[in-house]
Design a protein. Structure first.
Length: 425
């Protein structure tokens, strides 16, 4: 609720930039991919690598299992509220990125940024900065680690019959190879993996939607109607209310696009950019791609194939939907393979978020032990129960968001000034 309200407030402060200047957002992001603008600016990685690194964290199990869980618990109407929360989340993510770039710290060749820095330097609150860092390091193990490995192990077990512990070991091994190389290796891998995995999943989902195209209008109608009258999926809470649709839609929306958590700004702060607002545009695009495109594809596939009424939950529901929509075994393989890569890239990026939080609190010498602990918890997460892990992740997300939102609201005037400065130049 607090994250949603903060998004509405920040949308007001930046004068609904995400809608009013959306074409400018596309021009300043995708339109600049093949130009040399800003490539000599200070930073560890390119703006596109910052986007794909952040998307690696946001496009994960939330786009596959999270959407299905939202429908299972809150009915189809939850998807409508996911869209609404993402619209306001664009303003939140934009504000996070702008402030992270504005107050980032440069030490030698390394750049560090994120809520802990704009809370300390901008809001002048070392306490809130340290609180965010502590909560961020802890939350990383929920949203970025155990949820991902748990969903992958369940999907691989159901599709290929591989034991959960073996999947966890393999996932931990390959994650370790990348994580131990730091942000440049993570950015290099994610900039290659994220576009490929998104296109792979997008094409599979689009084929199903084309096949069931006559069902799309009815599916959209059910989603909108369910947002205001409540309608539960089979197996969900009987007589799901509007409140439940609102609650689970917003919760899953925040989980998947992470707007309000402050996490993605840690990656964006490392980008080479000429102005904080320019990188902020990539934050808006990030939320749009994650929720309004990828999550929407998943939701519509679940609806048009009727899988949302099977009583299945999480990944199992999505696997059923793609199996119904694609010939042979292709459907379950697309979901399983997509989930593996989604989760793998999320594990990489969140390890960086977590170690930056630890580095802020304890110094850079503790980052390597954190990475090793991170790899261990990948195995632990692969053995956990889905509902327990999701519940822990939601709690940690809420705790992590509090200091970040205080900073965003407290510094919203600066964000507004930087925005006007950028568009008037």
């Amino acid at each position: 609720m607090i994250i949603f309200v903060a998004g509405v407030f920040l949308t007001y402060r930046i004068e609904c930039l995400q809608l009013r200047k959306f074409l400018s957002v596309l021009k300043s992001t995708l339109g600049d991919l093949f130009t040399h603008r800003g490539r000599k600016a200070a930073g560890d990685i390119t703006p596109f690598q910052a986007l794909t690194t952040a998307l690696a964290a946001t496009i994960g199990t939330g786009n596959i299992a999270g959407v299905a869980t939202a429908i299972f618990l809150g009915g189809p109407g939850a998807i409508f509220w996911m869209w609404v929360s993402a619209f306001f989340g664009m303003a939140t993510k934009y504000s996070e990125v702008v402030l992270a770039v504005k107050y980032r710290s440069m030490s030698g060749e390394n750049i560090s940024g994120g809520p802990m820095y704009f809370l300390r330097e901008g809001l002048q609150s070392p306490f809130l900065a340290s609180l965010f860092a502590v909560l961020g390091a802890m939350a990383a193990f929920g949203i970025g680690n155990m949820v991902q490995s748990n969903s992958v192990s369940d999907a691989v077990s159901a599709t290929f019959g591989v034991p959960n512990y073996l999947t966890g070991l393999i996932l931990a091994f390959f994650s370790g190879l990348v994580i131990l190389g730091g942000i440049r290796r993570i950015a290099l891998i994610t900039s290659a993996v994220v576009p490929l995995m998104a296109i792979f999943y997008f094409l599979g989902g689009s084929f199903i939607l084309f096949t069931f195209r006559e069902q799309i209008p009815a599916a959209l109608g059910t989603i909108v109607a369910g947002a205001f009258r409540g309608e539960a999926a089979v197996g969900g809470f009987a007589g799901s209310t509007v409140l439940q649709a609102w609650r689970f839609g917003i919760a899953r929306g925040i989980f998947t696009n992470e707007a309000g958590l402050g996490s993605a700004s840690i990656a964006h702060a490392a980008a080479r950019t000429t102005h904080p607002s320019r990188q902020g545009m990539w934050g808006i695009l990030e939320v749009f791609i994650d929720t309004h495109i990828v999550c929407t594809i998943t939701a519509l596939v679940l609806m048009v194939t009727g899988a949302w009424q099977t009583g299945l939950e999480g990944v199992a529901m999505t696997v059923e939907a793609f199996s119904r929509g694609l010939p042979g075994e292709m459907g379950k393989y697309i979901v399983s393979i997509g989930l593996i890569f989604f989760a793998f890239s999320t594990l990489l990026t969140w390890s960086y978020y977590g170690e930056k939080c630890v580095g802020y609190i304890m110094g850079e010498g503790y980052e390597r032990p954190y990475r090793l602990l991170w790899i261990l918890f990948i195995l632990v997460g692969s053995l956990g129960g889905l509902r327990v892990v999701w519940g822990v992740a939601d709690i940690l997300n809420g705790l992590m968001a509090f200091p970040n939102l205080v900073g965003l609201v407290g510094l919203s005037g600066l964000t507004a000034r930087l925005t006007k400065e950028y568009f008037s130049s």
